[in-house]
Design a protein around this ligand. Structure first.
Ligand code: SF4
Length: 865
């Protein structure tokens, strides 16, 4: 067993991992203590990567329609369809929609093929949905998409402002770094977010702004700093260009209570070492670029940038969103941070020895799918992403995919919502099989290394693209022998970026040998503060850009504001994380979070069902009534798909409205209304199989380990609700059936034993009664010892303590055990860890434990009051 140093598959923190493969498809995972992004830490998703590396559900051979095909046949067909489409309808009738899951080498060849040989700019990436607004703000303020900070700055900051970032859930290892800085040096923390998240709960100050209230707040803050004399005109003049009338246009209502604003302004004024970390809450907005600019204006004007512990810091969602930005995977970048001027196009064309260069930017994601819908794009190749779920107005996107004459999907999974629209499916390598590089949020390039041999006939994405390019007659430009060869060409191409005044410079790695690439250590391009010696503008100065708060028109038909986002233990469209029984414990269903007053007004009850309706779609969710939501705002998660649920699909709901500069859709502030859904019956199913329920009002499923363990074992826990009779035969496997019924309560309990006598499935349905504990039933799946009498009674003869909602997935600790530990005297998160083990492994649940601790401590005071 040899250890392999690689990088996490998930978020943009880019944590280093030491993986030890065991046998053909198992691996133990540990944090890499030497990796500068995480120093050995991993969150729950990274820690449990080993549960997702099995071959369950994998696409292992190419498919044309529903039939398996050989690579030659599939690639010939892709090339023929692409060539015919270009010949008949022109280069812009072809598009690639790619992903921050691709490695930099994959991105580079896909971009080169589209922009240098097909002759179109039509390659865009799902990073458009993630941080395109930060990119646009960087380009407008700095002249180039450069992140001016790095993680070390978090250790040195005196004040950290988190804007639109549930860091504790979405970038947990960054969060742990912030926690450490607070402990070590008393760093102050402010969270600016409409929601009281677990992150906000832990802050020194939570500013619950209205949705899209960021611009007003940051304009008001900068006006306040200006008034306090914290803007040094001479220093500003040396490095920043200020437009005429800029200061006059700043003053505005901050949009929050005056006392709260004064506290915030005092904190900002007192701490020149300020980092503003911003994420999807800021970016996923129709005014996301202006938010990034408002934040950047504050830093530029007060000199809080290019210094240790200071700067505006956009953190990315995906593992290689940054790599894609660098090579040019976005439709509005040519390659290597170049734009589309005549000289930049000519230089790139010469470098590539291009067959046919594009002439300008391509279509950004939302416009790309509009063009698919109206027939301008007739050939679409989707790589490593699931736009049928993740794009806004997904009903429209699905209609577009259904109309498109050729949809090619390269993916690791056989059944995805997008794959169902594909004419040709190409099996790609998954994490653990890929070999290449990724760039994290702080510009640090790390290697992802293969742990396993490619399964079936899977191939690397870069190889698939090169194979198609060769069939189109461009083989010599795509004759790469290895990812190292691709990386060398990309690194050499960054010489053009420098020629055009950019900072991106990897030329020192352009002659890397294969061996040196193999052992490449993580490195950060641009150093710690790449803009310290000037910006990438013609005069070397940054730009303050005047921005104004948006106006939101009220619509009486949709009186609420809809926000969407991530869960702690799930990743994007769940194609991998949903394979993990451990990760599935944290949130088994998509919850509609709603303020108690709104729930009361609409007749919604906690734990019931409700429908969210917008002008674009509707979907049903489980209700969670919580004061963490502002009145008038609701929240639903982004993850659930058709393969995981009949409802709970958030992306049916937002419209296609996008930021005018970045093209990033507004997922965070859409019009909505809610209404109760009252099914005649509700229930749950635990089963080794994975039936697709039909005709139900609501169903979702999640992984359970059963009495087995590890990837591919166990089964599924389904939540069900419906009207009329339930077709139990359609849900249950064949076997030895035992059934109990109580017609008065409309209760049915059915257990099915498989050939060996072990429990194969159990179904519980009721119209008015209570249901047995799900986890108890799920734990018996696959067990030979499951008692039919106990199952049909709906309770164990010796009841195990109810764990409540699972908080710590690593150790399976629920909220009841944590509250009991507090009642028994545990007064700190550490003491709770010592008593229960909760929070003592990856630490991702520590904010949730802290929240429970605070609630338990506050309870007697509230009662006394
Ligand atoms: Fe992976 Fe978690 Fe690190 Fe993100 S924070 S890279 S998901 S281990």
């Amino acid at each position: 067993m040899s250890k392999v140093r690689t990088t996490c598959a998930y978020c943009g923190v880019g944590c280093g991992i030491v993986a030890t493969p065991i046998g053909e498809r198992s691996v133990t995972i540990a944090g890499d203590r030497d990796h500068p992004a995480n120093f050995g830490k991993l969150c729950s998703k990274g820690t449990h990567l080993g549960e997702t590396v099995g071959l369950e559900g994998r696409l292992l051979v190419p498919h044309i329609g529903d039939r398996a095909a050989g690579w030659d046949e599939a690639l010939d067909l892709v090339a023929t369809r692409m060539r015919d489409c270009i010949a008949e309808h022109g280069p812009d009738s072809v598009a690639f929609y790619v992903s921050g899951q691709l490695l930099t080498e994959d991105y580079y060849v896909a971009n080169k093929l589209m922009k240098g040989f097909v002759g179109s700019g039509n390659i865009d990436t799902n990073s458009r949905l993630c941080m395109a607004s930060a990119v646009a703000a960087h380009v407008m303020a700095f002249g180039e998409d450069v992140v001016p900070c790095n993680y070390d700055d978090l250790d040195a900051a005196d004040l950290i402002l988190l804007v639109g970032s549930n860091t504790a859930w979405c970038h947990p290892v960054i969060w742990q770094r912030i926690e450490k800085a607070r402990e070590r040096r008393g760093t102050r923390l402010v969270v600016i977010d409409p929601r009281r998240t677990e992150t906000a709960e832990q802050a020194d100050l939570h500013i619950p702004i209205a949705p899209d209230g960021d611009i007003a707040l940051f304009n008001a803050l900068l006006a306040d700093m200006h008034q306090r004399g914290l803007v040094d005109p001479a220093a500003l003049d040396r490095s920043v260009a200020v437009p005429e009338g800029f200061w006059d246009g700043l003053a505005c209502d901050p949009g929050i209570d005056a006392t709260l604003f004064a506290r915030l302004a005092d904190m900002v004024a007192a701490h020149p070492r300020t980092i503003t970390l911003f994420s999807q809450g800021a970016n996923q907005s129709v005014c996301g670029t202006d938010k990034g600019l408002a934040i950047t204006n504050l830093h530029l004007a007060t000199g809080r940038i290019n210094r240790i512990g200071a700067g505006p810091f956009s953190i990315t969602g995906q593992p290689n969103a940054m790599g894609g930005r660098e090579v040019g995977g976005m439709a509005n970048t040519l390659a290597c941070h170049l734009g589309f001027s005549a000289t930049e196009l000519a230089d790139a064309g010469t470098f590539w020895n291009a067959g046919q260069m594009c002439t300008g930017p391509g279509l950004k994601a939302v416009d790309m799918f509009r063009a698919v819908h109206d027939g301008r794009i007739r050939f679409l190749w989707v790589m490593a992403t699931n736009p049928a779920v993740s794009m806004p107005d997904s009903t429209f996107v699905r209609a577009a995919l259904a109309k498109c004459p050729t949809v090619v999907v390269s993916d690791v999974m056989a059944d995805t919502d997008t794959g169902r629209f594909a004419h040709i499916r190409l099996p790609a390598l998954a994490w653990g099989e890929k070999d290449g590089t990724v760039t994290n949020s702080e510009r640090r390039i790390s290697r992802q290394r293969a742990l396993f041999a490619p399964p079936g006939e899977t191939r690397a994405d870069w190889r698939i693209v090169c194979d198609v390019a060769a069939r189109l007659g461009w083989g010599s430009a795509f004759a790469f022998a290895s990812p190292a060869a691709v990386f060398r060409e990309y690194a050499a191409m960054t010489a053009l970026a420098m020629r055009h005044g950019k900072k991106l410079d990897l030329t020192a790695w352009a002659d890397l040998t294969d061996r040196a690439y193999e052992v490449l250590q993580p490195f950060q391009w641009g150093g710690e503060h790449p803009l310290a010696n000037g910006y990438s503008t013609p005069d070397g100065k940054a730009r303050l850009v005047a921005v104004q708060p948006p106006r939101t028109e009220a619509d009486p038909a949709y009186p609420l504001r809809l926000n969407t986002g991530r869960y702690r233990d799930q990743w994007h469209t769940m194609t991998r994380t949903a394979l993990s029984p451990t990760l599935s414990q944290h949130r088994r269903e998509p919850l509609l979070e709603v303020n108690p007053a709104d729930a009361l007004a609409q007749g919604l009850s906690d734990g019931g069902l409700a429908r969210v309706v917008t002008p674009h779609g509707r979907s049903i969710f489980r209700v969670s009534v919580t004061a963490d939501q502002r009145r008038g705002d609701i929240f639903v998660p982004m993850h659930w798909t058709d393969t995981m649920a009949g409802e709970g699909r958030s992306n049916r709901l937002p419209g296609q409205g996008a930021d005018p500069h970045s093209g990033q859709p507004g997922f965070k502030n859409g019009p909505a209304r809610i209404e109760p859904v009252t099914p005649e019956w509700r229930g749950f199913l635990v089963t080794r199989d994975d039936p697709v329920p039909v005709g139900l009002l609501y169903w979702t499923r999640s992984r359970v380990a059963g009495s087995g363990a590890g990837s591919g074992s166990g089964g599924w826990l389904y939540e069900l609700a419906g009207d009329g009779a339930i077709d139990s035969a359609a849900l249950l496997p064949t076997g030895d059936v035992l059934e109990a019924a109580d017609p008065v309560r409309g209760m049915r309990r059915i257990a099915v034993r498989g050939p060996g006598g072990s429990l194969a499935a159990a179904l519980f349905v009721t119209r008015s009664g209570t249901l047995p504990p799900r986890e108890w039933v799920a734990d018996q799946l696959g067990s030979d010892d499951a008692s039919p009498v106990e199952l049909l009674a709906g309770r164990p003869s010796t009841p195990a303590p109810d764990r409540g909602a699972i908080v710590c997935v690593c150790h399976g600790v629920g909220d009841r055990a944590i509250t009991a530990a507090v009642d028994a005297g545990a007064a700190t998160v550490e003491a709770i860890g010592a008593a229960t083990c909760a929070g003592t492994n990856c630490g991702s649940c520590r904010p949730a434990i802290a929240r429970l601790l605070e609630a338990a401590i506050a309870k007697p005071t509230e009662q006394a009051a």
